[in-house]
Design a protein around this ligand. Structure first.
Ligand code: NAD
Length: 290
């Protein structure tokens, strides 16, 4: 396929490289000067999009996505797929999809989970919103860049699935970290705590697969001085998107709200910026109730 790829950052560059490696003809564009193996460079987003069967965007936020979409939608060929893999607000995803449909394109919102490691290894999970036709056309690309894709319904539903998942992740990571800090104060050994919780009803991905306590459970960023992994800033971004969506849809999400405020404080007022989101544990262990 002829693919335009816009946004060749930490995630986009390895995803584009995997598509090129699989034999696709990939033309990339990023505002920054970036070279990606097997990907030819365009001078503008428009140039990358012109004549492509599929245009993939992997951008920082909804405003940037809207701006890029406004440039490329008019030059894309009718029937082409506009595949946004960024994590953005549901409203922006739906607005871009509506403009794309009006222009005769097939839009998909397909945010990912799996992080930079998953992007490099081609093992991402895609949560996809859009028509059956668009999903079927893009399926071979999901299979190259990832190991799983779930078609979640119409446009915007991929983003909805992503932010609901990550709201659970933020809340469970905080719960896991505060429980470890409480266990410490009660004189409970961390290994014993892990052995019990990871096989009892408190188990979760945060505890079992990404344990925030160093030296316990499988290897995780906690074993590497909390170098991300999944940065606290990115968790904050996703939690904010969940609360923006909750406001817009009048959903009661008290724990999501509280998790957003805790990560905001951690990133903006404390030492959380640049650290993994599981570094909530050293944050809690230093504190008392006051
Ligand atoms: P990044 O900041 O490394 O990459 C974004 C790229 O977009 C940058 O290279 C930037 O120069 C480029 N860009 C910005 N504005 C542009 C424009 N107008 N035109 C062209 N290029 C432009 O971010 P990332 O980590 O690659 O994340 C990309 C998206 O994926 C985000 O929405 C993020 O939330 C999501 N995501 C990231 C991870 C992760 O672990 N990094 C995991 C899941 C989802």
């Amino acid at each position: 396929m002829k693919i335009g790829f816009i946004g060749l950052g930490n995630m986009g560059a390895p995803m584009a490289a995997n598509l090129a490696k699989a034999g696709h003809n990939v033309t990339g564009y990023d505002m920054a000067t970036v070279t990606v193996d097997g990907v030819s460079n365009a001078r503008t987003a428009k140039e990358a999009a012109e004549g492509a069967d599929v245009v993939i965007t992997m951008l920082p936020n909804g405003d940037i996505l809207r701006a890029v979409a406004a440039q490329i939608i008019p030059v894309m060929r009718k029937g082409a797929v506009l595949l946004d893999c960024s994590t953005v607000d549901v409203e922006s995803a739906r607005a871009v999809a509506s403009d794309a449909e009006t222009a005769g394109l097939l839009p998909l919102d397909a945010p990912v989970s799996g992080g930079i490691g998953g992007a490099a290894a081609g093992t991402l999970t895609f949560m996809v919103g859009g028509s059956d036709e668009a999903y079927t056309t893009a399926l071979p690309l999901f299979e190259t860049m990832g190991q799983k894709s779930v078609h979640c319904g119409p446009s915007g539903n991929g983003q909805a699935a992503k932010i609901c998942n990550n709201m659970i992740l933020g809340v469970t990571m905080i719960a896991t970290c505060e429980a470890f800090a409480l266990a410490d104060k009660l004189g409970l050994d961390r290994q014993a705590m892990f052995d019990v919780v990871s096989t009892s009803s408190g188990y979760s991905w945060s505890m079992n697969a990404y344990c925030p306590a160093p030296g316990i459970g499988p290897k995780s960023p906690a074993d590497n001085d909390y170098i991300p992994g999944f940065a606290a800033e990115l968790m904050l971004k996703d939690l904010r998107l969940s609360q923006q969506a909750a406001d817009a849809s009048d959903a009661d999400t008290p724990l999501g709200q509280q998790a957003t405020e805790l990560y905001r404080r951690f990133v903006e007022d404390e030492d959380g910026a640049g650290r993994d989101f599981s570094a909530m544990l050293p944050r809690f262990e230093k504190r008392g109730r006051g």
